[in-house]
Write a protein that binds this ligand. Structure first.
Ligand code: ZN
Length: 212
């Protein structure tokens, strides 16, 4: 199994060891595997990293059917040592959107709602909550000031790794298990707008987007 460097490192480039690179006819791309990787795979509602390995473009990074990490590359990557570089702009956008999801979950909890799932991809970003019994749907203006405050308070990220499970928290927030990538302090999320709140069958779906 590939060693998950992104769990403990925010480095976006470094040396790596390519173990295999096989053409996948369905995808029309090569499935390239590394001993250890800085690339975060798609999962937990977060987009997978893009970048390059040995100068060959990584379109995206995914988990395979065995839970191992596969880099989908546009060409065959020769085995052995190589340079790897994660697309910094795409990673930052993913980290900002994903961290915003955590902060939105926190904002909702301050109004009695419990987040239970989310999708933090650009254009699809939302967090889904279970609410207090019989609660009416809130409107964005009720939660927006709480979200703004969590961002403005610029709370630093705190991450811990125990037996392969990583927990993350910011400031006073309760630690939650998470394998995603995050910004180092909440202000780096930037301006985040709650765009829509929809209550259906007791599930409140809260959509959001970044302003820049
Ligand atoms: Zn997370």
């Amino acid at each position: 199994m590939t060693n998950k460097l992104y769990f403990t490192s925010d480095d976006l480039s470094g040396r790596c060891t390519v173990t295999s690179s096989q053409f996948d006819e369905t995808a029309g791309l090569w499935r390239t595997r590394l001993e250890s990787t800085l690339f975060h795979p798609q999962g937990g509602g977060q987009a997978g990293d893009a970048g390059t390995i040995a100068g060959i473009r990584v379109v995206k990074t995914v988990f395979d059917e065995n839970g191992d990490i596969v880099h989908l590359t546009v060409g065959e990557v020769p085995p052995g040592e190589a340079d790897a570089a994660v697309d910094a702009q795409k990673r930052l956008m993913s980290s900002r959107l994903h961290t915003a999801g955590h902060l939105l979950a926190q904002a909702g909890s301050q109004h009695g709602w419990t987040a239970f799932k989310g999708d933090h991809r650009e254009g699809e970003s939302r967090v889904v909550f279970h609410g207090p019994e019989g609660a009416a749907a809130p409107v964005p203006a009720e939660w927006q000031p709480d979200l703004d405050r969590l961002i403005a308070d610029d709370m630093p990220l705190h991450a811990e790794l125990h037996d392969g499970v990583r927990t993350v928290s910011w400031g006073f927030m309760k630690p939650v298990p998470c394998g995603g990538t995050h910004v180092r302090s909440t202000y780096q999320v930037g301006r985040c707008l709650i765009t829509k709140m929809k209550l259906r069958k007791g599930e409140l779906s809260v959509s959001y987007r970044l302003e820049d």
